[in-house]
Every structure is written in structure tokens, then in C-alpha cells.
Design a protein around this ligand. Sequence first.
Ligand SMILES: Cc1cc2nc3c(=O)[nH]c(=O)nc-3n(C[C@H](O)[C@H](O)[C@H](O)COP(=O)(O)O)c2cc1C
Length: 214
Amino acid sequence: MLDLTAEELLVTTRAVRLRLDYERPVGRDVLRRCVEIALQAPSGSNRVPIQFVIVTDPDLRAALGEDYRERYAAYQASPGYIGSIDKGDTAANAQQQRTARSADHLAATIHRAPAIVVACGLGGLEGQAPHRIVASAGSIHPGMWSFMLAARLHGLGTCWTAVSLAPGARTPSLLHIPDDVTVGALTPVAYTQGTSFKPALRPDPDSVIHWEGW
Ligand SMILES: Cc1cc2nc3c(=O)[nH]c(=O)nc-3n(C[C@H](O)[C@H](O)[C@H](O)COP(=O)(O)O)c2cc1C
């Protein structure tokens, strides 16, 4: 386990794409421990709907990688692509372009991660009201983020990804995920090359706080 304070853990858990060690295996015990920690996250009505599909089989990872690349190509061509977003200042735009290059690299190599973890939630979203959809995501995402924080503590790198959630993605069928289960996020998991990560450039807190109302 890394010797990090809680604050250090929170400010240095990055989206790791360029420093994933694809050669070093990741054991089931450490993945299971990260899930055990993730299950302490909050969920609506304490239903704990989160489920984890963990893939280590190379053929299945290859198929997931192929699906990821197809969806990523569509995302790359869209106005929402990370590299198309103008952050409004030079330093932030330079960081954005670096992140885009690293996202492109992950798309090309994700199948090589020793494990790919997909966080799901019991219950479908079909016909649900927007507030229910937000609540459903709110019962999956805290757990997935806890999984990622736990992974970092154990020397593992992760990267939240959403392209495999796009309509037409084959990931759910490749993993035999039932129709009434929602896919929340997918991450590669691998030991990181080095364990030192820095806080990222983020907005000033005063630019996002609306004291006593918007
Ligand atoms: C909802 C969501 C969707 C994301 N989708 C992707 C994705 O499909 N591919 C990818 O490489 N990164 C994806 N990311 C990772 C973001 O690019 C990353 O969190 C952001 O750039 C900040 O990275 P940093 O913490 O290392 O600064 C996603 C993150 C979130 C929260």
C-alpha cells in the first residue's frame, strides 16, 4: 500500500493512460479488495445496486478493446472530443491537448491492460425520469470512484471511460450484461510505472462556488 495521506490520495488520483504497466499482472486478491472498499460508497436507499464485471481473459480484452476503439473513433469525430474543447487560456488548452493525446493512446492500447473493470448498476434506465437516471448514476459512480481511489492506494492506475456506454456499443453483449442492468463506467486497471502523481490544473474554487444560491 502506498503511504499517502487522505488529501494526497484525493488530489493525486489521476486518469492514468501513459503510465500503465501492461506487462505486470494484477492479482484477483487486490481487485477483490478494491471492490470490497468500493462497496462502502453511498447508494440511493442503501440498495447497493453496484456490480463489477472484471475481465482478465486476453481474448475478451481484445474484443472489448476493439469495441472501445470503434466508439472512440466516433467520439473523436464529434464536437465533444476532448481535443476539440477550448478551455479559454493557453495553459489549460495545452493541458487539454496533452490529455487528448493520452486518451488517443489509451484507445489504441486499452486491450493490453491486465484487467478491464466495468461498473454496472442493477436496474435499467429505459423510460426513467431524468431525476431517476441521475439517482441511478449516483448509486454507481461513487462506488466506482472509491474503487479507483483504492486502486491508487494499492499502486494501481485507472482511467474512467464512458465511450463503451454509447448506443450500439458491443461491450454489454460481449460481457453478457442483462438488459435491466446499467453500465456506468469502464476502466483499465494496471500497476502504474512509478507511483508519484501530481495534482492537476483545475479551476479556482471561487470560480465555481455560488454562496447562498446561484
Ligand atoms: C464521465 C467521464 C467520462 C470519461 N470518459 C473518458 C473516455 O471515454 N476516455 C478517456 O480516455 N477518458 C475519459 N474520462 C477521463 C477524463 O478525461 C479525465 O477524468 C479528465 O481528463 C481529468 O483527468 P485528470 O484527473 O488526470 O486530470 C472520462 C471521465 C469521466 C468523469
